[in-house]
Design a protein around this ligand. Structure first.
Ligand code: M6R
Length: 614
């Protein structure tokens, strides 16, 4: 969750760190803080609330010039979001400053131990113990690197830590366990950050850090060790997007920009997937054909929007491969003792690649000898690194807290996986796979067509800005789309929104329908067994009870049109592709309605982009 930046180099550290925090604010926005080492002392500033408050405080009391600094933007876990609990946290002598992402589970015991030996801890956070433990090590003669190695050995839980010292302003030291930290490699400067977005304005060369590693950066060098101090080789990589992708590019919200980027994001996810004979090829797939043929069960694990992408994918994967496919919330998965073995393929879907519940679930699966394949948007992140195989979604950075292009590209990547399995296992003929791939490659154009006709949806959102409750109904792949539409509205507009399987309506949810309640209905394409007609009947049932029906249906669907108070036409696409066009108006609706209510769309209350604590 929280965002962390560390810097050493030729530039003014404060400017680099605050600029980095601005690009990481999507990770948490309860408070912000910075510390720089200058003139033999530490200088800090921190404020509760969004970064604008920190900016104001820095304008009123600027910090001195420095070549080293650390910064933090917080999503509160231990201790309310006050100035006092904002990071950085300092030791008793105010010579060491620490920022932290994660939860130190044994902090209470460590705090009691420190207080018994005379340390004065002033915040309610778990983080502060680290500053004082570092102090103990440094006063025994350790440098900051050795102190960090020793302290990490005592911590339980998940943490990224970055520390600086008034006594050694030439270095900044970081450490990670179960929380993200990447190194940015510059010329005469180096960076530490939760995400490459923090330093993409300065360098696109990066280094991955592994589990339980400590990194020391100076202006000219980067050294990585394990917690015992043994040197470790860390992999370098080039970031394949640039600063413009991390900026709003003329849009008012990142979310709106990301919605409109979806045709490009889907196209990029499909790019380069066909071999010379037109066959599907997945370059990042590190599992052999033999291993893929051995699979007898697929379990998709994910959270939130990624979970709904998995629910969509199940329809396609089972249909194409005839392999049973379960979809499960990562947070529930390992606690129910799932039946897993070598023949189970666990597919972990995660935009960020850092979601703690998903990470813990894949570790559980690997301990049971299952093969794990990650579908991920973030190069160098933990989940793909700890998986046996990966398919990257190539959506570019998703900064709006509400996932949009993440969802569409996850569905596409899952479809590529399903088709690849079908190809390897021979459950689809080559020409069938080619036909589906051709249809998929037309989807960017279809999505663009939807985006070009969104004005009525904008007007609808303004009209419904004060509504208290919205329902969403769908069937088959339309069901997870309904769930996703409801989630978008909950997280952005803070109103009651629920998605239901249309076939379940009469088993209870219809009791929620009363005069004027807006109900979005995603209507399956005609020709999809009898589902189309059944959903049309559902629309008549809710209309008879006063619902205001907002119907998403194929553009020439004249059967449903008479029952729609508002019709949102969708391009005619194959059934399994419909989620890729039907989700888009629901994203736009949520974004517009939240805007009309005056909410911050990119940073909704209580949320953070990546949930890196359980
Ligand atoms: O990074 P991940 O895909 O693992 O994140 C999973 C969920 O936390 C995420 O999709 C969340 O539900 C979004 N805020 C939904 O818009």
């Amino acid at each position: 969750m929280c965002g962390i930046v560390g810097y050493v180099g030729e530039q003014q550290a404060l400017g680099v760190v605050v600029d980095g925090l601005r690009r990481l604010e999507y990770r948490g926005y309860d408070s912000g803080g910075v510390a720089v080492a200058a003139d033999g002392a530490l200088h800090t500033q921190k404020r509760s609330g969004k970064l604008a408050n920190l900016d104001k405080a820095l304008d009123e009391r600027p910090l001195p010039a420095s070549s080293a600094g650390v910064g933090h933007t917080r999503w509160a876990t231990h201790g309310s979001p006050t100035d006092r609990n904002a990071h950085p946290h300092l030791d008793c002598r105010q010579r060491l400053a620490v920022v932290h992402n994660g939860i130190i589970e044994n902090f209470a015991a460590l705090r009691a131990e420190l207080e018994r030996s005379g340390h004065d801890l002033v915040s309610d956070t778990d983080t502060e113990v680290v500053a004082h433990l570092l102090e103990v090590e440094v006063t025994r003669g350790a440098d900051l690197t050795r102190a960090m190695q020793a302290v990490c050995g005592r911590l339980e839980g998940a943490f990224t830590l970055v520390a600086t010292s008034a006594d050694d302003p030439s270095r900044v030291v970081g450490a990670r366990r179960n929380s993200p930290l990447v190194v940015g490699l510059g010329e005469g400067e180096n960076f530490l950050a939760s995400d490459v977005a923090a330093f993409i304005a300065h360098t696109r060369e990066a280094m991955e850090l592994g589990q339980d590693q400590v990194v020391t950066i100076t202006a000219d060098a980067v050294e990585v060790t394990d917690f015992a101090g043994n040197p470790v080789d860390a992999a370098r990589y080039h970031v394949d997007w640039d600063l413009s992708a991390a900026e709003k590019g003329g849009y008012d919200w990142f979310m709106r920009k990301e919605i409109y980027e979806q045709p490009r994001a889907v196209a990029d996810t499909l790019l380069g997937r066909r071999g010379a004979e037109g066959e599907l090829q997945l370059d990042e797939m590190r599992l052999s054909d033999e291993e893929l043929r051995e699979i007898d069960k697929i379990i998709v694990i994910a959270c939130g929007t990624a979970f709904y992408a998995g629910l969509v994918a199940k329809y396609a994967i089972e249909h194409w491969t005839r392999v049973p496919c379960e979809v499960e919330l990562a947070s529930e998965f390992r606690y129910r003792d799932p039946i897993l073995d070598k023949a189970t393929l666990v597919v972990a879907i995660s935009q960020s690649g850092e979601t703690m519940d998903t990470l813990m679930a894949i570790r559980h699966a690997r301990r049971q000898r299952s093969r794990v394949l990650a579908i991920c948007n973030t190069n160098g992140s933990t989940i793909p690194r700890e998986s046996d195989a990966v398919i990257y979604t190539h959506a570019g950075p998703e900064i709006g807290v509400a996932s949009t292009k993440g969802f569409l590209t996850q569905v596409v990547a899952c479809y590529l996986l399903g088709l690849y399995l079908a190809q390897v296992r021979g459950t689809k003929y080559g020409d069938e796979i080619t036909w589906i791939l051709d249809k998929l490659s037309q989807m960017p154009t279809e999505i663009q067509q939807v985006l070009d006709s969104m004005e009525p949806v904008h007007a609808l959102a303004r009209d419904l800005a004060q509504t208290q409750s919205v329902l969403f109904l769908g069937r088959h792949t339309g069901y997870p789309v309904a769930l996703e539409g409801a989630l978008k509205l909950k997280e952005l507009a803070y109103i009651h929104a629920e998605g239901f399987a249309a076939g379940e309506l009469k088993h209870g949810p219809i009791a929620l329908v009363e005069k004027g309640v807006p109900v979005f209905v995603i209507v399956p394409p005609r020709g999809r067994d009898s589902l189309h007609d059944k959903v049309v009947s559902n629309i008549q049932e809710i209309r008879a009870r006063g619902a205001r029906t907002i119907v998403l249906a194929e553009e020439d669907d004249d059967v449903v049109a008479p029952y729609a108070d508002q019709l949102v036409p969708l391009p005619k696409v194959p059934t399994l592709m419909q989620p890729l066009v039907a989700t888009v108006p629901l994203q736009v609706f949520a974004c517009e309605l939240a805007t009309a209510r005056g909410h911050d769309v990119d940073q909704p209350r209580n949320l953070a982009k990546s949930v890196t604590v359980e």
